[in-house]
Design a protein around this ligand. Sequence first.
Ligand code: HEM
Length: 134
Amino acid sequence: MYNFLLMAHSGWRYLALLALAVAVIKYVLGWLGNGGWGKLDRQIGVITTIVVDIQLLLGLILWAIGAGMGLVGANITRTVEHPVWMLIAIVVMHMGWSRTKKAADGAKARTAAITFIATGLLVAVGVARITGMM
Ligand code: HEM
């Protein structure tokens, strides 16, 4: 069960990173362009937050099962530091997305761009730390 979930969580990262990359590109282009906001912008934000939330859910279940197996704490970087980076990233994403929804139309693209750049950087650090790239 743990190994299956680890594979699912590990594989889902590519979807999460892809969704975050698409969001960053779309919103930065919008911000640098006319700053406009359309249906596609809203859909990209909704899909990205859902994809990242599924990763959060898989991570939380993995962590809980790992805790039951006595794995949490055995490797601090993987079982404590990684979840902390990711939880911060996901809180930033939700706060920023909520601000984006409340922002005036002309400010939405900028708010969304800043939100997903910050989220993407935090997630990249969290992945780099766990995969030994950093
Ligand atoms: C966007 C968010 C996240 C991404 C991209 C991500 C990515 C990853 C990756 C790539 C691995 C390594 C898998 C492997 O070694 O094959 C991993 C492992 C793990 N992640 Fe995440 N993760 C995220 C969020 C979370 C969250 C929120 C939690 C917990 C609250 C979490 C808990 C774990 C745990 C417990 C492991 C396994 C550690 C081990 O068995 O050594 N992850 N994650």
